[in-house]
Design a protein around this ligand. Structure first.
Ligand code: LCS
Length: 414
């Protein structure tokens, strides 16, 4: 008879746990240590990748007990808690976000889809920030509406507009702040209070800020979602998503993902654990580089406007300062000469990579209107500020001076 190690893994987690970390340790220490569960069988220092699709039961009774939820343990990698590697990642991100628990996914879009499917049914209303990632816009506007769900895209940087657009059947408020790609900022605390007062669930996409700079649950949100593809992974080498919230809420999400799939792989979970160990360091460098790049762009004669939450010229600078402890690495700007000038800039960079996605260690530059937000109708793009002249830059962790000098030479050739 083979004895399964899962009981040992659970014991190890109980010993190391995240409860004490949450209460006593600072963010940087949590990044490194929270959730870590060395394999006590061999004394392995780092969390192993449990690269398996299924788990061996001691006996038929145990298999039945696990399926019935009467015994904790692993079953099959699609069925939460997936694998011990996933459990460690969930514990780490939950500790960093200050949430009870979480669920991982194959991508950020799979995470947002599971949240929506777990909460909404025909006749319900979803209120969303009007500027969201193109995939999120497509899911809300073209897919959820096919199932009889009403969706309003609202400028959530304006509290009056949020209030006016709440309906009797509103079930969920979805905020993306700072928003991709216009960088508008919404007041998480005020909007989540509004939602709580009328029993509506509030969800914040925290992909741009990460828990290093913004902790939506502390500000009153019920749920946080991430595309782990970005800063959590941090190295542009994985796709993943995660949802963090209260145990009961996560139970509803896991019951969806159990049937729909869209599960993160063990290797990606491991890469996310590794990414989070340096999240604090990377984010601090992304942000300190970004403020320098934003300042350079703002002073450049060929640049029309710059949106970075850390600049006093940002329309919601005060809200950003209130709810963020740093302003992350994302900047959007408008270039004089519109799309043509923007194309010349993007084709002229040498150090920066012309690529979508964000949150990588290297600097990425792209054109949202024709790339990440190409699926958003032109009139919506115009109304929400996803203009043709808008170029988005994800500032990496290189030397700021080198990023600036690359942009400078590319701008000189326009
Ligand atoms: N939420 C935000 C704020 C995002 O920026 C993205 C992807 C997603 C969710 C979806 O995550 P995924 O499924 O890709 O893991 N944003 C992208 C972008 O700006 N360029 O490429 C992808």
């Amino acid at each position: 008879m083979i004895s399964t190690p899962s009981a040992i893994i659970y014991l190890s987690e109980a010993v190391i746990g995240t409860e004490n970390m949450k209460k006593e340790k600072k963010f940087s220490t949590q990044c490194v240590h929270a959730g870590e569960a060395p394999d006590l069988l061999y004394g392995v220092h780092t969390t192993p990748i449990y690269q398996t699709s299924t788990f061996i039961f001691d006996n038929a009774q145990q298999g039945a007990a696990r399926f019935a939820g009467e015994e904790e343990g692993y079953i099959y990698a699609r069925v939460p808690p997936n694998t011990p590697t996933h459990v460690v990642f969930v514990k780490k991100i939950a500790a960093l976000e200050g949430g009870e628990t979480g669920q991982t996914f194959s991508s950020g879009m799979a995470a947002i889809t599971a949240v929506a499917l777990s909460q909404l049914e025909q006749g319900d209303h979803l209120l969303s920030t009007n500027v969201v990632y193109g995939g999120t816009y497509g899911l809300f506007s073209s897919i959820l509406t096919r199932f009889g769900i009403e969706v309003s895209f609202v400028d959530t940087s304006d509290l009056e507009k949020v209030k006016k657009n709440l309906r009797k059947n509103t079930k969920l408020i979805f905020l993306e702040t700072p928003a991709n790609p216009t960088m508008i900022v919404s007041d998480i605390e005020e909007i989540c209070k509004m939602a709580r007062d009328i029993g509506v669930l509030s969800v914040v996409d925290n992909t741009f800020a990460t828990p290093r700079f913004q902790r939506p649950l502390q500000l009153g949100a019920d749920v946080v979602v991430h595309s782990c593809t970005k800063y959590i992974g941090g190295h542009a080498d994985l796709l993943g998503g995660v949802v963090v919230g209260k145990k009961d809420f996560i139970k509803s999400v896991t019951s969806v993902v159990n049937c729909t799939g869209g599960i993160m792989g063990p290797h990606e979970a491991w890469l996310c654990i590794r990414g989070l160990k340096t999240l604090h360091l990377r984010m601090e460098r992304h942000a300190s580089n970004a403020i320098k790049v934003a300042g350079f762009l703002e002073a450049h004669p060929k640049i029309e406007w710059v949106r970075y939450p850390g600049l006093q010229s940002h329309p919601q600078y005060d809200i950003a300062k209130k709810q963020m402890t740093g302003f992350s690495g994302m900047i959007s700007f408008g270039i004089k000469g519109g799309i043509e000038a923007g194309r010349k800039l993007m084709n002229g960079v040498e150090l920066c990579s012309l690529a979508v996605s964000l949150g990588a260690v290297d600097t990425l530059i792209q054109h949202p209107a024709s790339m990440t937000h190409a699926n958003v109708p032109v009139e919506v793009k115009t109304m929400t500020g996803i203009t043709d002249d808008l170029v988005r830059i994800s500032v990496g962790v290189e030397e700021a001076e080198d990023i600036i000098s690359d942009l400078d030479q590319a701008l000189a050739n326009i």
